[in-house]
Every structure is written in structure tokens, then in C-alpha cells.
Design a protein around this ligand. Structure first.
Ligand code: ATP
Length: 202
């Protein structure tokens, strides 16, 4: 999955619409302290469905919305859009009708997040699965935070295994297995309730 472009509007310090072309090969982001380099990486995680405010260095998800500055009022929404090269047609069938796929996440104060893939309204899960099936996503170890390398060196073997599993392209399958297990547990609980009711009737 190749990212072509990242668009930010009202996201953290990127108050004005900002368009970043992701060229082929290695991309480096350089700039003075506090200019917004980490905010860019967070925008990428966020549009891929990150739902933990702490991963965005905030107390609540609305903290990603531009909070205002001495000369500019706060914004009411934040939007990040990611353009993905889909010329190899690897996206799920319902989104697979064009060479470029646009994934958009928008958060409005007091109204939460809304997601779109290819212009269609979707759930957070659809966006997360799109990226998980392509072996990437908000928790991808390909996005390296400050301090993450030393965390990895000191990590438990089970946590390191997650990185190998992602490289093997099976993260999406794990998510689906987890959802299937939850459904199975629900069905088992329903069955035992049915048994209780039958016992009472007997
Ligand atoms: P460093 O090199 O020090 O790690 P950086 O280039 O990674 O810095 P960021 O941490 O991405 O910089 O950006 C920090 C800036 O973003 C700060 O100036 C902070 O005030 C601003 N910022 C963060 N959240 C918001 C927000 N919601 N509204 C406005 N500005 C914000």
C-alpha cells in the first residue's frame, strides 16, 4: 500500500489546509523543535483509525482540533485525508473502482469522528481493517515514535512477536479472530440462558 498524499485541515498546529506529497522512496521530515513533525505522524495514525487520545498526546480526542493561538481563534473541526495508490486494486471490492483511494476522518466538536473511504460513509472498523489487511495501520511498527526503539529492545517476547505477525500480513486475521471469539462467547452465553429457561419449564 503506497501513500501518495496527506492532507490536513485544522489538525493540531496545522490550522490552514496543508497538502503533503509523499514521494516514492524514503521520506524525511525535518524542522526546528515544535514545528509540527510529530503532529504529522499523529495525523497519519489518526486517519488510520487511532482511537486512544494518549497516542495523540491529548486528554480527549477533541484535543486534535486546532485549539487557537494568540492571533487565531480555535477551529470547530479537524480533518485529515490520506490518498492511497490503489492501481494494483488490492482494496476491498466495494471501494475498488479507482486507482486512487481517499480515506478521510473528520472530527467535529461535540459530534465525534466520521470516516469515509472513496467518498462513502464507513465505520472506524472498516478503515482499521482496510489498513490491517494491508499490513499497516495506526499501530504499525513502521511508524516509529520517539523512544520506541528502546521500548522495543526492552519489550517482552510476546510484544515483539506482534511485529513479526504484522510483517507476515496476518494482523487483519487476528482482529477477525478476536471478533469471532466475542461472537462465540455471546452465543454460548445465550445458549446457557436457553438451558436455564428450559430447566425452569421442565
Ligand atoms: P520536537 O522536535 O520538539 O519533537 P515537533 O516538530 O515534533 O517537535 P510537534 O510536537 O509535532 O513538534 O508540535 C508541537 C506543536 O504543536 C506545539 O507548538 C503545540 O502547541 C502545537 N499543538 C499541538 N496540539 C495543538 C492544538 N490542538 N492546537 C494548536 N496547536 C497545537
Amino acid at each position: 500500500m503506497r501513500f501518495n498524499r496527506l492532507r490536513l485541515n485544522g489538525f493540531k498546529s496545522f490550522v490552514d489546509p496543508t497538502d503533503l506529497v509523499v514521494a516514492e522512496g524514503l521520506t524525511g521530515v525535518v524542522g526546528p523543535n515544535g514545528c509540527g513533525k510529530s503532529n504529522l505522524l499523529e495525523a497519519l495514525r489518526w486517519v488510520m483509525g487511532e482511537n486512544r487520545p494518549t497516542a495523540m498526546r491529548g486528554g480527549g480526542m477533541e484535543d486534535v482540533i486546532f485549539a487557537g493561538a494568540a492571533t487565531r481563534p480555535a477551529r470547530n473541526f479537524a480533518e485529515v485525508s490520506l490518498l492511497i495508490d490503489n492501481s494494483d486494486r488490492l482494496a476491498p471490492a466495494e471501494f475498488n473502482d479507482s486507482d486512487i483511494l481517499e480515506v478521510v476522518r473528520r472530527i467535529t466538536r461535540d459530534a465525534g469522528s466520521a470516516y469515509k473511504i472513496g467518498g462513502k460513509d464507513v465505520r472506524a472498523r472498516d478503515v482499521q481493517m482496510l489498513f490491517a489487511d494491508a499490513s499497516t495501520g495506526a499501530h504499525s511498527p513502521a511508524l516509529v515514535r520517539q523512544g520506541q526503539i528502546s521500548e522495543l529492545i526492552n519489550a517482552k517476547p510476546s510484544n515483539r512477536r506482534r511485529i513479526l505477525e504484522e510483517a507476515a500480513g496476518i494482523s487483519g486475521l487476528y482482529q477477525r479472530r478476536h471478533e469471532a471469539e466475542l461472537k462465540l462467547n455471546g452465543a454460548e452465553q445465550n445458549l446457557s440462558r436457553v438451558d436455564d429457561v428450559l430447566d425452569q419449564l421442565a
